[in-house]
Design a protein around this ligand. Sequence first.
Ligand code: GDP
Ligand code: IMO
Ligand code: MG
Length: 427
Amino acid sequence: MPNRVIVGAQWGDEGKAKIVDFLTLYADIIVRFQGGANAGHTVKTDDKEFIFHLIPSGIMHANKVCIIGNGVVFDPKQAILEIKDLEGKGICVSDRILIAENAHVVLPWHIACDKLKETKAGKDAIGTTGRGIGPCYSDKVNRHGVRVCDLLDEGELRPRIEAIANFRNDEFKKMFEAEAIDPEPVIKEYLELGKQLKPFICDAVFYLHEALKAKKQIIFEGAQGTILDVDHGTYPFVTSSNTVAGSASCGSGVGPTAIDQVIGIVKAYTTRVGNGPFPTELEDEIGEKLRKVGGEYGATTGRARRCGWFDAPVVRKAVAVNGLTHLAITKLDVLDAFKEIKICTGYKYNGKELLNFPNRLAVISACQPIYESMPGWECSTEKCRSWNDLPPNAQKYLTRISELVDVKIGMVSVGAKRDESIMMDME
Ligand code: GDP
Ligand code: IMO
Ligand code: MG
C-alpha cells in the first residue's frame, strides 16, 4: 500500500481532515509534519464533530498511531485539551499518540507576540490565527527555541526559557509598550505540562524508520494550504511554515524516497480566511451563498471565510510545487444549489493571458479572472457513492477541473462524513 502525503491545494480548509480520516481506513500511521494549532481539522461522525488543531485526523480509528512530527510547532496546553476531549468522548488514545521530542514548543511569549504584532500592523495585518505560529518558528530558526524534550528536564528548560524571556520581554517593551511575562511561573507550568505529556514523547524518527521497514502504511497530514506556504504562497500573507509536500519529509524525519503519492485536496470552489489577494473572490450574493451553503466559517477562529469560484492557476501552482499525483475534490455537494457555475481558467494581466499563478503581490492583486461558465446540476449529490451516480453536469465539471490542471481525480467528497465519498482512481 502506498505512503501518501495529503496537502491543501488552495488557501487551507479544503477538507483535508475529512480525506485523512477516510484514507486512514487503509493506513497504519498518520503524521502531522508542519504548522501548529493554527490548523482546524474537522472530522464528522454520525453523532459527533471533532476539530483537531494538533492531533492528526486519523485518531478516530482505533489502533492507528498518530504522530506529531518535529516540523510542527507544538502547544502543549492545546494538545492536552484535545487529548482530554477525545478521552472524554470515549476515544482511547494511550499508546496511540507520539510527540516528536525535537518539535518546537509554543510559549506564552509567542502567542502574545503574534497578537501584539497584528494589532500594531492595523490595516496591514496578516490576519493570523493568533496561535503564536510565526514567533515560534522564528525563535526556532534563530536557534533559541525550546524543544519538546526540554520540557522533561529543568536543567535544559530553565536557561532556554530565560533566554526567550530576555529577548521577547525586551521586544515587548521597546516595540509594543507591552507588559513583560515573568519566566518563573512559565518554567514551573511547562515542567508540569512536560510531566503530563511524558508518556507520549519519543524519538519519532526511529519509530517511523522501523515502521517503514515493517511495511506499515503512513499518511502524512498537511496543514494550511499551498498558497499559504512561506515560499510559494502570497507572501507576506502566508503562514510561517512550508506547507507543501516536500515538507512532509523534513517535518517528520522520513526521507523523500518513502513517499509514493501526493494527494492535493481541492475544494470544488475557493475559500480564504485572513488577509491577502484572492483573484476569484466574490463579494456579492453568490459569495454569500457559497459561505452559507458551505458553512464557511473558520474551524480555529470562527471567522467568516472569503469565498469565490474555482481558480485553476491556484491549483496549477499546487500541482507544480507539490508534484501532485491525484486530486481529491471536496464539497462538490455545496454546488448542488447553483444554476450556473464558473471556473477561472486563467487571468488577464496587462492585456495578456496568464495561466500560472504569479509570485508578485502587486501582479496577483491586478489579475482579472477569465471565466468559463458551466451549467449546474441542480440536484443532490449527497447520496452518490460512485462516478456513475453523479449527475452528468457534475461529471463534466469535475472532468473540466482535472483537464485544466492536468492531474487525475482520485477521490470526490460529497459530504462531511467518512462514507460520503467516491473512490475513483487511487492507484
Ligand atoms: P481542513 O482544515 O482542510 O481539514 O478543513 P476544515 O475542517 O477547516 O473545513 C472543511 C469543512 O468542510 C469542515 O466543516 C468539514 O466537516 C466540511 N467538509 C469536508 N468535506 C466536505 C464535503 O465534501 N461536503 C461538505 N458539505 N462538507 C465537507
Ligand atoms: P488548516 O490546516 C486556513 C491563515 C491565517 C492567516 C495566515 C497566517 O485548517 O487548513 P498563522 O496563524 O498561520 O500565522 O496565520 O494563514 N491560516 C489558515 N487558513 N486554514 C488553516 O489551516 C490556516 N492556518 C493559518 O488565517 O491568513
Ligand atoms: Mg481548517
